[in-house]
Design a protein around this ligand. Structure first.
Ligand code: THG
Length: 281
């Protein structure tokens, strides 16, 4: 199954046995005091810089999240999306739980964006899916609902099925729904990653849709996060994740290695090109 995203000038295709698509996570004030302060002041210089830096590091899509205390995202999200559109040619993943902020950002976007995200809660389905339909966008569906995130992989699958069914009822094709089986930290529960991986396998088998994952969530609160993130990314890609949300500078080598090992990089062209680039710097 293929999902197409676009900017005004560029198309990115996710899935269909292609190399893994990297969604750059860094425009997000979570854990970043300097970015949070800049956003609170309405200063988008860092947003622009992070967009450019992530493209240089190998991002294919740029996630834009301005969620910080004291930020009016209905005003700031469209401004941040416009800033990213002007700085780079990658499609944007518009990241907010607020449908009013998403709507405002969708109105300025040129191309076909990814909406991050809808979940299985009734009020989320009702407010987000009509926006997806109206704007001809793709959407990330989180496998959580009014009861939270299930511990049981088959219940995450049931939520994914519900989101896909509700999208299809509105005339949104299944290929436009990218499921997120939700990575949680293994610092809190050592089974957290294996539950997510099993959910990914089930969703691939039963729905065949593209899948994303906020992969760095897996290592919150633990030392040497990159080691955990890299191992988890490799496992998630093998299980069926096709477009993880990651810090591209840190995750790219694990992603290129995974693609080569899974037969998605003919003659190791992408892997070797990256190695040569790294040698130069
Ligand atoms: N699923 C979907 N969207 C998401 C998430 C997800 N969007 C937000 C988040 N999770 C993914 N993005 C991030 C952004 C930052 C971090 C992790 C995930 C992060 N920040 C560091 C910290 O908090 O310690 C700071 C990093 C730095 O300063 O360099 O780890 O799961 N669909």
């Amino acid at each position: 199954m293929e999902t197409t995203l676009s900017s005004a000038t560029k198309t990115v295709i996710i899935g269909g046995g292609r190399p893994t698509v990297i969604i750059g996570e860094r425009i997000n004030p979570t854990g970043k005091k300097r970015l949070a302060a800049a956003l609170q002041a309405g200063d988008l210089t860092l947003v622009r810089e992070e967009a450019v830096a992530q493209m240089a590091a190998g991002a294919d899509v740029i996630d834009v999240n301005v969620g910080a205390a004291g930020v009016d995202d209905v005003i700031l999200l469209p401004k941040a999306v416009r800033t990213v559109m002007e700085a780079v040619d990658a499609p944007v993943s518009i990241d907010s739980p607020n449908s009013d902020a998403l709507k405002a950002a969708l109105e300025v976007y040129q191309g076909k964006p990814l909406i991050n995200s809808v979940n299985g809660e009734e009020r989320s389905l009702e407010s987000i899916l009509p926006l997806v339909k109206e704007h001809g966008a793709a959407v990330i569906g989180l496998t959580m609902d009014e009861n939270g995130i299930p511990d049981d992989p088959s219940r995450r699958l049931e939520i994914a099925k519900r989101i896909v069914a509700r999208a299809e009822e509105l005339g949104i094709p299944r290929r436009e729904v990218i499921i997120d089986c939700l990575a949680l930290t293994v610092g809190a529960d050592s089974k957290a990653a294996s539950v997510t991986l099993e959910a990914i396998r089930l969703v691939k088998q039963e729905l065949g849709v593209n899948m994303t994952l906020g992969a760095s969530n897996v290592s919150f609160g633990l030392p040497n996060r990159e080691a955990l993130n890299s191992a988890f990314i490799a496992m998630a890609i093998a299980a069926g994740a096709t477009c993880p949300i990651v810090d591209p500078a840190k995750a790219r080598q694990a992603i290129l290695a995974s693609d080569l090992l899974l037969g998605r990089d003919d003659f190791a062209v992408r892997y070797i090109k990256y190695y040569r680039q790294q040698q130069k710097t």
